[in-house]
Design a binder for this molecule. Sequence first.
Ligand SMILES: *Cc1c(COP(=O)(O)O)cnc(C)c1O
Length: 372
Amino acid sequence: MKDNILRLSKSCLGDEEKNAVQKVLDKEFLGMGAEVLKFEKLLTEFFSRPVVCVSNGTAALHIALQAAEIGDGDEVLVQSLTYIASFQAISATGATPVACDVDEGTLCINLSDAEKRLTNKTKAIMPVHFAGGVGALDEVYEFAQKYNLRVIEDAAHAFGTLHKERRVGSFGDIACFSFDGIKNITSGEGGCIVTNDEKVLKIARDARLLGVQNDTEKRFSGGRSWEFDVINQGWRYHMSDIMAAIGIEQLNRFPEFLKKRQNLAKLYDNFFIDTGIETLKQDYDSVVPHIYTLQLPVDIDRDYIRLKLDQLGIQTGVHYYPNHYLSLYKDKSNQRKIVDRLYKTILSIPMHPEITDRDAQFIFKCIRELIV
Ligand SMILES: *Cc1c(COP(=O)(O)O)cnc(C)c1O
């Protein structure tokens, strides 16, 4: 269905996905079976690493943390400027998310701020690949090595992004992706964990099926466990065949989505040069942008601009309201200088494969006219 509103983000679904879902419905088996097995295999080829598919990106982060033995009393360093999912996944394990500042040019985690927040309870760091860019990821791994931390990458925005010619997820400790409706590819809802760590893989595979040992293997061969043991807390976090069927088609179409997202970001970058409006410093031959975030001049009323753009049929967003402002996650040192300064200036504009060059031109022109 087309509408006249330029949406901030959207799912792009065609006959391929609809037919694939129809086939699953016709089989009258909707659980975790052949389609999930196939999607995992295709993703394993994509990442050159084992993959565990789950019900959403938050679930992926939650059981990745659990499998890395993060829990009660532990602390995890994470940037404040992220979707609430990163924080909730950490607190779901019983650990405490420690909100860190970001780097100005990338909006990824600021390591000098993170370093100040280290304690003897710090067990892990969760870098969030904001808008698809990875920030100082090599330095994150050096930092983690120095302080003996696990790294759980929140790569929900970064499906397909290359870092030094290597795909995010194909290297490092643990990476988690989201396939929710608006991410770079979707399976309706969905997510996955990518890692080489056998122990993490084993725990994650069981944990997605209520901790039932080896149930994944049974389900993938068309059966299910009737008598079994459970040694760890698990969750109802598996992916269904309906979701995987959508995901398989989306993965197939990903080269087309990638190109459109990268071209749109390059076009926007060109428009906004020398306008006083800052854009993220990314190389869009490597980064696959999930969102496109501007930093407006400080004297501009961002919310007024949003209202005006909305009236012109242009949807915008704010990524994100800082997590350290939330009642649940407030702490004594309630200050993150860069986030505190920037969050009132950030504005995300439409970014998805169906935004045409003309749409982009129109969006730019409207913003220009509002900010003179
Ligand atoms: C989307 C997202 C998630 C969570 O993924 P869901 O599939 O929505 O649960 C986690 N972190 C970030 C940064 C996200 O954008």
